[in-house]
Design a binder for this molecule. Structure first.
Ligand code: CMP
Length: 140
């Protein structure tokens, strides 16, 4: 089925100037960017986005990292978009990410891991709604 997923190019990858290289991977995999914005997240925005992780030991570091510089946030649309994007990203820990994935090629550590992608259709709906109004998403 055609799905939408929420993708974030994190501060490390924005700083490396590889937004375009990552967008090319989305496009080559048949995923369309149907909404996008660059944003420097506030602490409250990052905490709210990652609320499900707030009891985890890495939460404070995660929020500090995600607010350390601008991120590029986009909605991707395509056949099986949630899983397709997760395949493109590779494992959360770049040391475990398969060769040729975004994290293997651009990420340095489990914190600075280049990209975020929704893990399921339900979380994608929540995450898309966190950053975008329906009127900001283009049918294409
Ligand atoms: P992300 O997909 O954005 O979701 C939560 C983030 O927390 C994850 O990517 C990692 O960058 C970060 N993180 C740091 N430590 C861990 C960990 N032990 N397990 C999972 N995620 C972690």
């Amino acid at each position: 089925a055609v799905e939408r997923t929420l993708s974030i190019i994190k501060p490390d990858a924005v700083a490396k100037n590889v937004i375009g290289e990552i967008y090319t991977r989305f496009e080559k995999a048949g995923l369309k960017v149907v909404a996008a914005k660059m944003k420097h997240l506030s602490k409250a925005e990052a905490e709210g986005f990652y609320a499900e992780h707030k009891e985890r030991g890495f939460f404070a570091d995660l929020v500090a990292f995600m607010t350390s510089g601008p991120v590029m946030v986009q909605v991707l649309e395509g056949e099986n978009a949630v899983l397709a994007n997760r395949d493109l990203m590779g494992a959360t820990n770049p040391k475990e990410a398969a060769a040729g994935t975004i994290r293997a090629d651009f990420a340095e550590s489990i914190d600075a891991n280049a990209v975020h992608g929704s893990d399921a259709v339900a979380s994608a709906q929540r995450e898309i709604g966190y950053f975008f109004a329906e009127t900001e998403i283009s049918a294409r």
